[in-house]
Design a protein around this ligand. Sequence first.
Ligand code: 5AD
Ligand code: SF4
Length: 457
Amino acid sequence: MKILKMKNIKPIKDEGRPKVYIETYGCQMNVNDSEVILSILQDDGYALTEDIGQANVILANTCSIRDNAEQRVWGRIDQFRLRKEQRRDVIIGIVGCMAERLKDKLLDSHIVDIVAGPDSYRKLPEMIRAVTPDSPQMDVLLSREETYADITPVRMDRNGVSAYISIMRGCNNVCSYCIVPYTRGVERSRDPRTILKEAVDLYTCGYREVNLLGQNVDSYLWKDPESADGDVNFAQLLEMVARISPDLRVRFSTSHPKDISDEVIYTMAMYDNICKHIHLPVQSGSNAMLEKMRRKYTREWYLERVRKIRSVMPDCGLTTDIIAGFCGETEQDHKDTLSLMEEAAFDAAFMFQYSERPGTLAARKYPDDVPAEVKTSRLNEIIALQGRLSLESNERDVGKRFRVLVEGVSKKNADELFGRAGNNKVCVFPAGGHKAGDYVDVEVVSCTSATLISRLV
Ligand code: 5AD
Ligand code: SF4
């Protein structure tokens, strides 16, 4: 088993090889992109280092989704300045969404040597070779085709149990607040054969869970150039991956409320190894806000989708994203969000204050007029409500039994393990001789708002 696992991470002798250090910000897609970058650089002779002091090349794979994500990276660039003072030949690269958005503005600092957008990673080896102190390198062209389909990501996770697989790139939606379509370009689906091969290889190497990633997985569509019958939609892809082995669990993210189909819901219900969890970002509970956000659904539509999911899969975990304080949001709009949260009874949520992103439709059309302190207090109310809903949801699971895929040793107690139930909730339980990658059956004995405290059964 160990040897197989080694095969997947492309073992190479590190001595004498130039070293690359990669830090990753933002979403799961970025985590997977860093694994693609590492694969490309390993093929060019680089070895990964976790010690920034050893690195010949330092890469930050960045996120632009909110201003604070970018501010963190600017702070890092300042720290990279110190690295350069200590070691003049070290190459600093800013890649990913922030590179795409800010382009040559990143070069003004005179610290950054490489700026590469999300579709330029194949060029990184030649860009690194071409860098001199006077000629930084930039490539921010977006592509209509690039999916990195032929590249086997080099897994940087530590557990060897759960891996991300990107099934598509880019986004064709025009949510008015969102920078992603500008930084990641148009939507492209990846050839399902390459997705299946990657999943089979991971399973053979000991992985027991794959997480299929896309900005909007429900619009996945592979058009076979040779026959229309050969088209593969997301439900079909999900089924193909689920059939690899009953021991390989399948997750996916992110679903769009306007696109999630009954076919996807029924396919999930049909396969025990498709995890019963849907991440379904609602953003707001107010129809006026949803309209302005260009989400293309209403509160009523959203709640109907939730009812459909729950009627087919009563125990399905449901999580969401919420934005507080979008342009023109009134107290009533905010209350509508709170009441929708109660009605949908989300198990968990990612919650944010609206952050205006330059160049988006909202930035051009609507003033960012909710005062900062109002945004903060609304966000705090949303967070507090979700805390209660998460606790109530977990309390409903006390006494239930779940099959959990062990991911590793609990951070709080070395005698305990943790893993996720199908509904995506984290369970902690006594090790009982089990290890990462095992499936165990547990019964929930108590809970917090974040964890199901369980025993082995
Ligand atoms: N401001 C705040 N949150 C945002 N998101 C996307 N764009 C913005 C923005 N401009 C949130 C949405 C999305 C999640 C990934 O990030 O909730 O679903
Ligand atoms: Fe991911 Fe969006 Fe951030 Fe880009 S901007 S890294 S797509 S979350």
